[in-house]
Design a protein around this ligand. Structure first.
Ligand code: ADP
Length: 230
């Protein structure tokens, strides 16, 4: 079963002459464990698609199924729980809480959900992310690369089934950018997560299992790279 399935998805913003059709009847299936890169020009609908996959916005029409659940059939409350437990978001800007330490930022989603922190999982995550020496630092005491590692930790804390990343390296130099992508690849593989990542960087896209190109709200190319079998 495909972990993410979208059917005839449409999203428009505004009305009348200011109406923008950001996604036009898009259908797509993404399998569990797949690393998918989404590429395309600015304004083509990439972020809109990612937001709809993660339950942060509602489509104008069409369906999104994650693990077989029709997510836009859920109530607002159920959708919020779905987002917190099933989806990990990583953005270009790290959106960390400035008064919380690295470790507190990572465990925040669990605390918000009144869940016990799994110490073993947390240790493993902090180590994979190379943050063991920095766990008690505040975000403004960390470099950009380290802050992005914390935001990856926060996205992975709940062991979500899908990880959605919107230009996660857009703000980093090439060395940090490579490290972040390597980390994401290692961690999603380890936890068998599906990674859907928007990028303008063709070098990053070429590392994905599949590259989906969006133009003007439509999927214009959907290419399997063959990396998965390497
Ligand atoms: P991309 O991520 O590929 O740059 P987006 O999904 O952000 O593209 O945007 C697709 C189109 O939808 C663009 O024309 C953009 O201006 C428009 N758009 C996105 N979000 C909104 C919004 N909240 N209100 C109005 N228009 C929007």
């Amino acid at each position: 079963m495909g972990i993410v399935r979208i059917e005839n998805l449409n999203k428009s913003y505004g009305k009348g002459n200011t109406k923008v059709e950001a996604l036009k009847d898009v259908s797509l299936t993404i399998n569990q464990g797949e690393f998918v890169a989404i590429v395309g020009p600015s304004g083509s609908g990439k972020s809109t698609l990612l937001h709809l996959l993660g339950g942060v916005d509602r489509p104008t029409s069409g369906k999104v199924y994650v693990d077989g659940i029709d997510i836009y059939n859920l109530s607002e409350k159920e959708l919020a729980i779905f987002r917190r437990r099933k989806v990990g978001f990583i953005f270009q800007f790290y959106n960390l809480v400035p008064v919380l330490t690295a470790e507190e930022n990572i465990t925040l989603p669990l605390l918000l959900d009144q869940k016990e922190v799994d110490k073993v999982h947390l240790e493993e995550l902090v180590n994979i992310l190379g943050l063991s020496e920095r766990r008690h630092h505040l975000p403004n005491e960390l470099s950009g690369g380290q802050q992005q590692r914390v935001s990856i930790g926060r996205a992975l804390a709940y062991n979500p089934s899908i990880v959605l990343a919107d230009e996660p390296t857009g703000n980093l130099d090439s060395k940090n950018s490579k490290e972040i992508i390597d980390l994401l690849k290692i961690s999603v593989k380890k936890y068998n997560q599906t990674l859907i990542l928007i990028t303008h960087d063709l070098n990053i896209a070429s590392q994905a299992d599949r590259i989906i190109t969006i133009e003007d709200g439509l999927i214009v190319q959907d290419e399997v790279t063959g990396n998965e079998k390497l």
